[in-house]
Design a protein around this ligand. Structure first.
Ligand SMILES: [Zn+2]
Length: 326
């Protein structure tokens, strides 16, 4: 019954809501993707549900955008245009973190459709195994062979209760959400005591692949800090400098031009971080949900629409998501 009501709602919002969303003020819809993987890929299973879109759904999204006749632009290109030059609705496609799977699966599809995109990379992690603590925690909690040993002590202390392993992806996602109360440094310190939390498989795009994507796949490169630290109130000034300014220099040395757009990790930022980003970048994206309405945009706090598979695996669900009503 619940599924039927949901289906009905998606139908209404996906058709009427999307039609309403296309009317009114001129707007830029910025899509936020993380990972694109075939649902049969082993990496899909070891990712939080909110972080991944299947290859099949991603292709379908691009087809919907094509069928709707919505122009695809980069956020910067849209911002550069005058009000009267902007189309009624434009879409920008962004990817956070710099996952290798974007290069393997998403960029070839975008090339086929002739769409530009922006990839926000974490500079210290180019060409690395999955480095982010949520992935490392997830692997530990989902792995059938994981055993809670002495080495787990500090990490388990941060969890709401002692985990029963292996967990489901949804249960593990809850634990990850609760760990966000702690600082990134504290979590990494606890995790580094558990050697099996590090997988050997390369999961992030390399510098060479980044250059190739930029040169041949219509991919703009933006900055997503050096180590993906959340830029929260209280973060030391030296760390803010490293994450916002040094990352820009590192990226510049790789792509031989100034990266002009920035992406806030986890959508978190203090007023000090925002000021530093304003001083160093032309534009920045957040994780706040919404449409960017022409004439009423803060270039350094652009809003986006997060897309993951559960809420976008049919054309109607995807359009409902685009409309921001669901
Ligand atoms: Zn990120």
């Amino acid at each position: 019954m619940k599924t039927m009501i949901k289906k009905f709602l998606h139908g209404i919002v996906g058709s009427i809501g999307w039609r309403i969303a296309k009317l009114g003020d001129k707007k830029l819809i910025i899509l936020m993707y993380h990972r694109i993987l075939p649902s049969s890929d082993e990496r899909y299973r070891f990712e939080e549900p909110g972080m991944v879109v299947s290859y099949e759904s991603f292709r379908m999204h691009m087809q919907v955008i094509t069928d709707e006749g919505i122009p695809v632009v980069t956020p910067e290109a849209w911002l550069e245009k005058n009000e009267n030059e902007r189309p009624p609705v434009a879409i920008a496609i962004t990817f956070d973190d710099g996952w290798l799977d974007n290069y393997q699966y998403a960029f070839p599809v975008l090339k086929e459709f002739g769409f530009v995109s922006t990839l926000f990379v974490v500079t210290d992690y180019l060409g690395c195994p999955a480095p982010f603590w949520p992935n490392r925690v997830l692997r530990l909690l989902l792995d059938k062979n994981s055993v809670i040993s002495e080495e787990w002590h500090d990490l388990v202390n941060m969890m709401p209760s002692k985990p029963v392993l292996p967990m489901s992806r949804d249960e593990a996602a809850h634990v990850i959400a609760s760990l966000k109360h702690y600082s990134d440094d504290d979590i990494y310190r606890a995790l580094n005591k558990i050697p099996s939390s590090i997988s050997g498989q390369i999961e992030m795009i390399s510098a060479d692949q980044l250059l190739e994507a930029k040169a041949t796949m219509g991919v703009e490169v933006g900055c997503h800090t050096r180590r993906h630290y959340r830029l929260l109130e209280g973060l030391e000034e030296s760390l803010l400098q490293e994450e916002i300014v040094e990352s820009k220099e590192i990226l510049k040395s790789i792509i031989s031009e100034d990266p002009t757009t920035f992406c806030f990790p986890n959508g978190d930022y203090s007023s000090r971080a925002l000021k530093m980003v304003r001083e160093n970048y032309v534009a920045a994206v957040t994780t706040a949900r919404g449409h960017n309405i022409s004439g009423n945009v803060d270039k350094h706090q652009l809003v986006r629409i997060g897309v993951h598979n559960d809420i976008s695996d049919t054309p109607l669900k995807f359009k409902a998501r685009l409309s921001t009503f669901m």
